[in-house]
Design a protein around this ligand. Structure first.
Ligand SMILES: [Zn+2]
Length: 243
């Protein structure tokens, strides 16, 4: 018999999965949906005292769950009607009913997706990647063209641009002139994403975090400290969405 899934509404957000293969109750962090996933053997599920059993198990597990909850990375799957920040503005995700080819468009305060429902999340992530690719590349080219060119020091030529999804950094710039940025910055306020572009572009001239480097960043973005602080405080919020 195949495993079946059952969602039990609980303040602890525990998703229950009945499994014919499981031998005992097993609890783990649910990285896909957020919260926890409890594997329940079919045999236990069929017993009359099923609910009592589960309640007791979850009560015992509470200290462990509380600890996991504070450290676990939240993970949200993008779904219709969910409101997310897009370029810093609250934007509603909408699934269009019309049948036709897959398309994703940003209109006003909505992002409208048409295509098969099970592709909703992937379609949106692809849209964010594409959008961030075009917006951030343009921003980088624009600032790279503005870099000062002195006789003594010339910036490295801006050669390549790519979009990544690194957890530890928002962007990078290599000594070969290739700049990478995280697509998740498309969810941040525009000024913040612009600051990251400026930061990486300035590395084309100053491959360090020296006083000279920060002075150059400030020249292009006088409020860069505010934008850097935003990322420190809110950066994690951009990572709660599944990739
Ligand atoms: Zn840097």
């Amino acid at each position: 018999m195949k495993s079946k899934e059952k969602i039990i509404k609980s303040p602890l957000h525990v998703r229950i999965k009945i499994s014919s293969r499981a031998k005992r109750l097993g609890l783990r962090v649910d990285s896909k949906e957020g919260g926890f996933l409890l594997n329940v053997p079919q045999l236990i599920f069929q017993r009359r005292d099923f609910q009592k059993n589960i309640d007791r198990f979850l009560l015992d597990a509470q200290p462990w769950m509380a600890k996991q909850n504070s450290t676990a990375r939240q993970c949200i799957v993008l779904k219709p009607d969910l409101k997310i920040p897009f370029q810093g503005r609250e934007t509603k995700l909408v699934q269009l009913k019309q049948i036709g080819p897959c398309s994703t468009v940003h209109i006003g305060d909505e992002i409208q997706v048409s295509g098969p429902k099970h592709f909703f999340h992937q379609q949106l992530v692809a849209f964010f990647r594409k959008k961030s690719g075009s917006v951030f590349k343009d921003t980088c080219i624009n600032f790279a063209n503005k870099l000062p060119k002195t006789v003594l020091k010339k910036p490295i030529l801006f050669q390549r641009f790519s979009i990544k999804d690194t957890k530890s950094r928002w962007g990078s710039c290599s000594s070969r002139g290739s700049i990478s940025l995280s697509w998740r910055l498309i969810l941040a306020p525009e000024k913040v994403a612009r600051y990251v572009c400026i930061h990486e572009v300035c590395h084309l001239l100053e491959m360090n975090h020296s006083t000279k480097f920060w002075a150059l960043v400030e020249h292009f973005d006088p409020d860069f400290k505010e934008h850097r602080a935003w990322l420190k405080t809110h950066g994690r919020e951009l990572h709660i969405y599944d990739d």
